[in-house]
Design a protein around this ligand. Structure first.
Ligand SMILES: C[S@@+](CC[C@H](N)C(=O)[O-])C[C@H]1O[C@@H](n2cnc3c(N)ncnc32)[C@H](O)[C@@H]1O
Length: 331
């Protein structure tokens, strides 16, 4: 079997359609889906963000996985296959894979990500690094990727049927409340009773700590956000100038979320050649590029239980900044 599969994600038509939809809106309603932040350059910039001292989620989640990795697998009696949603460079996943390889003779790992280049590199590296690990990278959107992972495991006679699904990096925070429930409910439908989900989510905390994490001093988050405009230039022939926009990330205390925006510095128009369209921006008008919701343990319990999961255990760091929850699929 091929160790890497790509499914229609590079379809430029999807990107084009979403840009037309998102940038045609007026009155501060312009919006681009956060998945488009992650092209090859965007994913590399995200790796740099994770190294910044202000970005506590990465190192806190890493610490939790190091501390509780072995304990997490004590919940699982049978061998499992690992499926990961939005796997990125799988740096943190290596901690779990190493622990699992102490328990299982062989591990099948199916990472799913829209960022094709980083996934290809990671799949290649993992298959070289771990001798008893079989990695099959699936470059696809979550839902298509989950379908593909189910097909692969149905066709492969040696892969354990029991699934251990990872959704780390607080990516669940990019969904609205109802979307998160719909997403987890459809994920649950692809799982069997007794399969496990490990969900990393960020907790509500001091506003300064939150805002600093999305406004690092060296400007990697700003570059990551602004790269979205350069991506439109590269892939759709846009004529954006990054210098006409600035990065703005702040904590919305009413909705308990960090909002990431690109703010137009002047009133101007930008032509996007391959769309044959121009988009107009007022001075100080925003393009909303990401929400990152921050949860309480009760709120996440409500979301996962409404989606057909039951919490086995929540693992937190000493300062209660972040939580990695182990859930099992309910009947
Ligand atoms: C916040 S990063 C987390 C990366 C990694 N899991 C970690 O914890 O460091 C989100 C990841 O999800 C991927 N992603 C975003 N939207 C996606 C989608 N709709 N389908 C599949 N992957 C997606 C991005 O490419 C990126 O690698």
């Amino acid at each position: 079997m091929q160790p890497f599969i790509s499914r229609d994600i590079s379809l430029i038509e999807h990107f084009a359609r979403d840009i037309i939809d998102g940038l045609s809106k007026e009155n501060n309603k312009k919006w681009i889906k956060p998945r488009y932040l992650y092209d090859e350059l965007g994913s590399s910039l995200f790796e740099r963000i994770c190294e910044q001292p202000e970005y506590y989620p990465f190192r806190t989640e890493t610490g939790i996985l190091k501390r509780y990795g072995q304990r997490i697998f004590k919940f699982m009696d049978d061998d499992v296959s690992v499926v990961e949603l939005g796997s990125g460079n799988s740096v943190k996943t290596r901690i779990l894979l190493s622990s699992l390889l102490e328990k299982q003779k062989h591990v099948f790992y199916l990472p799913i990500d829209v960022s094709q280049e980083i996934l290809l590199r990671t799949t290649h590296d993992l298959n070289r690094e771990f001798t008893r690990l079989n990695t099959f990278g699936i470059a696809a959107d979550y839902s298509e990727g989950i379908r593909e992972a189910c097909n692969i495991s149905a066709k492969n006679g040696t892969m354990p049927e029991r699934k251990f699904v990872l959704f780390l990096g607080s990516t669940i925070g990019n969904f609205e409340y109802q979307e998160a429930i719909e997403f987890l409910t459809s994920l649950r439908a692809s799982m069997r009773e007794g399969d496990f989900l490990l969900l990393g989510f960020d907790l509500q905390k001091d506003v300064k700590l939150l805002e600093d994490a999305y406004n690092d001093r060296l400007g990697f988050t700003a570059a990551f956000n602004l790269n979205l405009l350069s991506r439109i230039n590269r892939e759709l022939g846009g004529e954006f100038r990054e210098t006409d926009f600035r990065h703005l990330a702040f904590y919305n205390t009413e909705y308990h979320r960090i909002e990431m925006n690109l703010i137009s510095k002047t009133t101007h128009e930008v032509h996007v050649n391959r769309l044959g369209r121009s988009f107009s921006f007022l001075k100080n008008e925003r393009i909303h590029t990401e929400n990152s919701y921050k949860f309480t343990l009760e709120k996440m319990k409500d979301i996962v239980e409404r989606s057909g999961f039951q919490i086995a255990e929540n693992f937190l760091d000493h300062n209660n900044l972040y939580c990695v929850g182990l859930m099992f699929a309910n009947h």
